[in-house]
Design a protein around this ligand. Structure first.
Ligand code: SAH
Length: 519
């Protein structure tokens, strides 16, 4: 920065506020710009409709300004939110105000923008996918289907139609030549439907109510203006819900897709360590399921690097280096990089990995595995290596605990094996409270177990009331026969076992069982 520019800059530079639309709930429905803003944020204030999974785009402190559900919810008044945004920006912070759907559609985002403008705070508004269009698409409805609607109206259902002061002109709405979408209308559904009929809209007009749109727990109920209120109350729907009124609702079955996903509506416990659960959670979403994160073990770097550093100093002496997890790859090669070295130090070593995801981690370091066994298990890796390692110096970069198969078999095959612990794998002290309660209430459909240590840890972490559901209401899926054996040993019955020993294999075995159940 030049001296001239510095003299023009205020002593403390003011931060910036991004008012970002978080979309309707599916964490994939955030804009690229929204994700960029979250990456830059130092403070995130998000509202009750926002899916907390979006916070993964950010390393900032974050705070929920209101809870969408539950009587205990704290609610920060709008004026206080405005003041918090202004104060944080004045401290020089980059702030993201994350709001459900689009910030300017029934969201008071424009009031926040006005307050920022008045206070002289620079801001940007990032649009989001609003609930109406998202709910329509995720239920198979085109709001402007050419045969049924030439317009669409977004309406607040919050106002009481019985009150003379209502801003809504129901006669105009009844005459409107297109689809009506009511936000915030669930608790007044009966009054809204009656007011439309009284204003001349045919009682046979189709209505669709969509609850938790775009989320795996999305629920859709259809009826007509005459009966929708009773159909909805029988179905027990909850907010947030949207009400779509119009003939386009009739076409829904032709274009539905989301609710036909193979694991739609199921809640699946993901037992991987927290920082490694992203891919599995995303895959659960793709298959229609709600991932419930239940980290049973955690991964930590070694407390003392002496042994690893010692091995790294002699790396060129090994004929083979073996990895049985991507953590192991990161542990050894990450440390090598930290110490100022790089992969040239591997020299002539041949590289072996237990499976494709470990090999994929190696590829990030531009290294190709020489051996990946057809089956992702220690026995298979040992069998592949046994004819190759006799008289060779072999390094296994391993976890602090695991099975003994590999060292036994490789030593039997005549290898001179050295093992170095490059990361710790330990049980977590407890499961997250909110998620544990879901198991205790019998809300989970599946828990997926991806290693023997995870199975053992889960058995220890389940409270008696959670345990009564596990194996009955909540079924267990196992990634491999070895994991199944470990689970059975600690009294956890397995309902499905993967035939390919990967997370994808785990999901596929659950899909297979679910399909069998519905057929
Ligand atoms: N700014 C938001 C709307 C906020 S008003 C947007 O653009 O979507 C809150 C209302 O939005 C809720 O009462 C409900 O009617 C609707 N809504 C938001 N998310 C929803 C969802 N996932 N499913 C159904 N309705 C939703």
């Amino acid at each position: 920065m030049t001296a001239e520019k510095t003299s023009q800059t205020p002593a403390i530079s003011v931060g910036r506020v991004y008012l970002v639309g978080a979309g309707p709930g599916d964490p994939g429905l955030l804009t690229l710009r929204g994700a960029e803003c979250l990456q830059q944020a130092e403070l995130v204030l998000y509202d009750g409709l926002v899916n907390p999974l979006l916070l993964r785009h950010s390393r900032a402190n974050s705070e929920r300004t209101c809870r969408a559900e539950g009587p205990t919810g704290r609610h920060i008044p709008q004026e206080e939110i405005n003041q918090r945004l202004i104060a944080a920006a004045r401290q020089g912070k980059t702030v993201v105000r994350l709001k459900g759907g689009d910030p300017f559609i029934f969201g008071r985002g424009s009031e926040e923008a006005a307050a920022l403008r008045e206070a002289g705070i620079p801001f940007e508004v990032v649009p989001g996918i609003t609930a109406a269009t998202a709910a329509a698409v995720y239920t198979g409805i085109s709001l402007t289907h050419r045969d049924h609607a030439s317009a669409v109206a977004f309406i607040t259902g919050h106002e009481d139609p019985a009150k003379p002061a209502s801003a809504l002109d129901y006669e105009a709405l009844a005459r409107f030549p297109g689809t009506l979408v009511f936000y915030m209308g669930l608790h007044r559904l009966d009054a809204i439907a009656s007011a439309l009929v009284a204003a001349g809209k045919p009682a046979t007009t189709p209505v669709c109510v969509v609850c938790r749109a775009t989320q795996p727990l999305q629920r859709t109920v259809t009826g007509t203006l005459a009966d929708v209120a009773s159909v909805v109350s029988a179905a027990g729907l909850h907010p947030p819900s949207l009400v779509i009124v119009g003939d386009c609702v009739k076409m829904r079955e032709q274009a539905r897709w989301f609710e036909d996903r193979p694991l739609f509506g199921l809640r699946i416990g993901i037992t991987r360590p927290e920082e490694q659960s992203t891919d599995a959670a995303r895959r659960a979403y793709e298959l229609g399921a709600l991932p419930v994160l239940l980290p049973t073990i955690e991964i930590a770097p070694p407390e003392d690097w002496t042994a690893v550093d010692n091995v790294l100093g002699r790396l060129d002496q090994f004929d083979w280096i073996i990895w049985t997890s991507s953590n192991g790859v990161r542990g050894l090669l990450g440390r090598l990089w930290e110490l100022g070295g790089d992969t040239r130090r591997l020299n002539h070593a041949q590289l072996a990995c237990i499976g494709t995801s470990t090999a994929a981690e190696l590829e990030k370091y531009s290294l190709r595995a020489d051996v990946v066994p057809p089956e992702y298990r220690a026995e298979s890796l040992a069998a592949e290596l046994s004819s190759k390692v006799s008289g060779k110096r072999v390094l296994w970069a391993r976890a602090s605990r695991g099975r003994d198969v590999l060292p036994q078999e490789l030593t039997n095959a005549g290898a001179s094996l050295e093992q170095v612990v490059v990361y710790h794998n330990r049980d977590v002290p407890t499961l997250p409270a909110h998620e544990l309660r879901q198991i205790e209430r019998g809300e989970l459909d599946w828990i997926a177990l991806s290693s023997p240590s995870i199975a053992r840890s889960l058995a220890r972490l389940l409270t008696p009331s959670a345990r009564q559901h596990v194996g009955s209401r909540t079924r267990l899926a196992s990634i491999s026969p070895v994991t199944t054996a470990a689970a059975l040993e600690v009294g956890l019955p397995i309902a499905a076992e993967a035939t390919t020993y990967t997370w994808e294999g785990l999901f596929q075995c659950m899909v297979k069982l679910e399909l069998e159940r519905t057929q």
